[in-house]
Each structure stands twice: as structure tokens, then as C-alpha cells.
Design a protein around this ligand. Structure first.
Ligand code: CUA
Length: 229
């Protein structure tokens, strides 16, 4: 959950986001090593005066500094591909949520349960409660069970939107006329915030997403009290 003075993104709440963070750290470490090495070499070149009039070619060093970067890139490419395919894997979801982007709000449908559907608007700053998050809280939250595979279907009604929740490692475009699919698994309860991240018009910044992750029995209770409403 977000707390005050929390400037970065929310902590990870799903195994896929955990893997994404591991991959980020791995790539960053390689990047730092390359930057330090190249920085060191450039620095030393400025402060030496070695000259060799007969140096015209160096086959061996050319071989090394061509092949070595290619091998280093493989160490980024393979884990990246592994994650890419892992993100696309759907493992028998227990709940399906459909989210539809509109200018400028999200609407949701729990198609599994007797057609529960609702709109989710941002709460304007002047109507915010004292404990609310400005530009981030909504009037109707998505309630979903923790420790369950959840499938989301994303689409849009007018222009392209993007359903993005950093804590879950989810970022899917909602495109008119198309239905995109992804899935996630929440490993703890809490409130997970997201925002639209496809420039979709004047109020693009004002269509946030709030997911309330609750234990499964709470979810069933909540869903059954909303039936036939
Ligand atoms: Cu919807 Cu940006």
C-alpha cells in the first residue's frame, strides 16, 4: 500500500512484478559495469601520451571487442525473453475481470458473477476525504481475491487507453475493437493503485485504477451481496 512521502512506485505485490524487479536489477548491474569500464578507459586516454607510428591494425583486439559485447547482450536478451513469455502465460484463472477504458474513466465487468458491472471515476480533489490520495482514489474500487490467479480482459470504447498497475507488473493497452488479455496473482492484501498510461486526451491523467486485494472469503461475501443489484 502507498504511504505518505512515498515518491517511488508501490512495492511489488505479485510474483511477476518480483521477477521484473530482479531483471531490472540484473540489467542495471551489467549497465553499471559497462559504464565504469568505458568511463575508466576514456579517462585514462585523456591523460596519456603513448604514440605508435606503426600501429595500423589489430585483428585480435577487434575480434575481442566485437564478440564480447555480443555475448554480454545475450546475458540480457535471454532473461528478457524468459520474462516476456512468463508474462503471457495464463494459468487457469479463477476470476475474470473485464475493464473498458472510456474518456475518461474505467468501467468494469465481473462476467463470472451474474453480470456485475460498474463505472470507476476518480474522486475530485475538493471531494477527497482526509485519508484519500489526490488524483489516485476512485469512487468504485475493483475488489479481487488475493492468492488467486486473476485474468483481466482490457478493451476501450473510444480511444486507446492503457490499464497499468505497477505493483502487479501489469500494463495492457485497451484498444477499441480489440480484446487484450493478461493475468496476475496478488500475494498480499492491500490497495494497489494504477493509472492510464496511454495518452488518451485532455483528462488522461485523471482516470486512475484502484484494486482492493482481499482474502478469498471476503471477496465471495462481497460479490454475493452485490448480486442482482
Ligand atoms: Cu485513458 Cu490515458
Amino acid at each position: 500500500m502507498s504511504t505518505w512521502a512515498n515518491l517511488g512506485l508501490q512495492d511489488s505485490a505479485s510474483p511477476l512484478m518480483e521477477q521484473l524487479i530482479f531483471f531490472h536489477d540484473h540489467a542495471l548491474l551489467i549497465l553499471v559495469m559497462i559504464t565504469v569500464l568505458v568511463g575508466y578507459l576514456m579517462f585514462m586516454l585523456f591523460f596519456n601520451s603513448y604514440i605508435n607510428r606503426f600501429l595500423l591494425h589489430g585483428q585480435l583486439i577487434e575480434m575481442i571487442w566485437t564478440i564480447l559485447p555480443a555475448i554480454i547482450l545475450l546475458f540480457i536478451a535471454f532473461p528478457s525473453l524468459r520474462l516476456l513469455y512468463l508474462l503471457d502465460e495464463i494459468n487457469e484463472p479463477s476470476v475474470t475481470l473485464k475493464s473498458i477504458g472510456h474518456q475518461w474513466y474505467w468501467s468494469y465487468e465481473y462476467s463470472d458473477f451474474n453480470d456485475i458491472e460498474f463505472d470507476s471515476y476518480m474522486i475530485p480533489t475538493n471531494e477527497l476525504e482526509n485519508d484519500g490520495f489526490r488524483l489516485l482514489d476512485v469512487d468504485n474500487r475493483i475488489i479481487l481475491p488475493m492468492n488467486s490467479q486473476i485474468r483481466i480482459l482490457v478493451t476501450a470504447a473510444d480511444v486507446i487507453h492503457s490499464w497499468t498497475v505497477p505493483a502487479l507488473g501489469v500494463k495492457v493497452d485497451g484498444t477499441p475493437g480489440r480484446l487484450n488479455q493478461t493475468n496476475f496473482f496478488m500475494n498480499r492484501p492491500g490497495l494497489f493503485y494504477g493509472q492510464c498510461s496511454e495518452i488518451c486526451g485532455a483528462n488522461h491523467s485523471f482516470m486512475p485504477i484502484v484494486i482492493e486485494s482481499v482474502p478469498v472469503n471476503y471477496f465471495i461475501k462481497g460479490i454475493s451481496s452485490n448480486m442482482n443489484s
